[in-house]
Write a protein that binds this ligand. Structure first.
Ligand code: AQP
Length: 347
């Protein structure tokens, strides 16, 4: 079996502002993984344009998301930070994968169904093939681990299917070019923590999302203390006090969500939160949750504001990151072309 050195890749879309779900579901793990892995973190701007983006707003959002990565603890010295469109190999490999993935595979993607809604005929073709680009994002670095929220699990499975089919379809050519049995690793999702699926504050059965029409459904990373307190105060809950055991949260999605958020913000577990708050009502729990959220999020928002005051510095950092990313991706893309049989000028 071919073995691949461990490498982490993940990304977020520069659409609207980052929310607590993005932060707790993914970014908290990104930051931790820097201690143990070689990490590449991307602002996936080409994914963003699968739905309409106002050009000026998109540029602003790319910088804002970069600032959020930095303020959230992603270290540009240890990790590679860049925006996807600045490294051409992503789009090149995505095209190869468009020719590997099957229509039936993409037809099963629930996120496309959710995002396209009833007006499927009017969705962009980019939105349909989005998972192929995501597979390319990961595999163009031969990344082995992908820290994401639970909603991305199906896309990761598709990335593994694409990698396996590529390895299988081109097995002879892969061996002939000296790559052994497998050209791509099968990337593993890394989905862990008490908040892998943060739910809407208005509806405990819907995930917290940037594109939800109601701003009260989410905590934005840039919300101030008043907004955070008000949103938690208005968060939908049931009238019962909190249970003392995790099992007691089973049929209570809103309570489960708030306890999970508290645990993730505190870096503890749902059981530890219930050990402290079991038997108490939401009138007591919600203000404690708001206080904890403000304590964790306000330094990040302040650092984002500081960084955004100097957009040229953010642009320079992204340019340096793109150079580092390109130095890894371009040679792998050359090898892909050789394996597939696409003639290319020799470097
Ligand atoms: N509610 C969530 N709980 C936990 N993790 C979440 N993620 C997103 N929502 C939650 C994780 O955040 C990362 C970045 O996601 P993205 O920017 O690629 O977009 P998304 O998954 O489509 O997020 P949104 O907020 O739902 O955006 P819109 O509304 O624009 O589609 C991923 O790791 C994701 O799992």
């Amino acid at each position: 079996m071919t073995t691949f050195p461990e490498r982490v890749f993940s990304g977020m879309q520069p659409t609207h502002s980052l929310h607590l779900g993005n932060y707790l579901g993914a970014m908290v793990n990104w930051v931790k993984m820097q201690d143990t892995h070689d990490c590449i973190y991307c602002v996936v701007d080409m994914h963003a344009i699968t739905v309409w983006q106002e050009p000026e707003e998109l540029t602003r959002n790319i910088r804002e998301l970069t600032a959020a990565y930095l303020a959230g603890g992603v270290d540009p010295e240890r990790s590679v930070i860049f925006n996807q469109s600045a490294v051409p190999a992503h789009a090149e490999l995505a095209w190869v994968f468009n020719c590997i993935a099957r229509m039936g595979w993409l037809n099963r993607m629930t996120q496309f169904k959710e995002k396209a809604g009833k007006d499927r005929e009017n969705a962009s073709t980019g939105l349909f093939v989005y998972p192929n680009l995501m597979a390319a994002d990961i595999l163009v670095y031969r990344a082995t681990h992908v820290p994401v929220g639970e909603d991305q699990k199906q896309h990761l499975e598709l990335a593994r299917d694409i990698a396996a089919k590529f390895n299988n379809d081109f097995a002879g050519s892969i061996a002939a070019h000296g790559h052994g049995e497998a050209f791509f690793p099968l990337p593993e999702p890394f989905i862990t923590g008490p908040a892998t699926r943060v739910m809407s504050l208005r509806d405990g059965t819907k995930k917290m999302s940037k594109s939800d029409a109601s701003d009260f459904s989410r905590i934005n990373m840039t919300d101030d203390a008043d907004a955070i307190a008000q949103k938690f105060r208005k968060a939908r809950t049931d009238p019962e006090p909190l249970p003392s055991e995790v099992e007691g949260l089973a049929a209570r999605p809103e309570a489960d969500n708030l306890v999970g958020i508290f645990a993730a913000l505190k870096g503890s577990s749902k059981q530890a939160v219930l050990a402290e708050y079991g038997g108490r009502g939401f009138a007591e729990f919600k203000p404690a949750l708001a206080e904890l959220a403000v304590e964790r999020l306000s330094p990040i928002a302040a650092e984002m504001r500081r960084l955004l005051a100097d957009p040229a510095e953010i642009d320079a950092l992204l340019a340096r990151g793109a150079e580092r990313a390109n130095a890894i991706a371009a040679p792998i893309m050359d090898e892909v072309k050789d394996v597939v049989g696409l003639l290319r000028p020799k470097r």
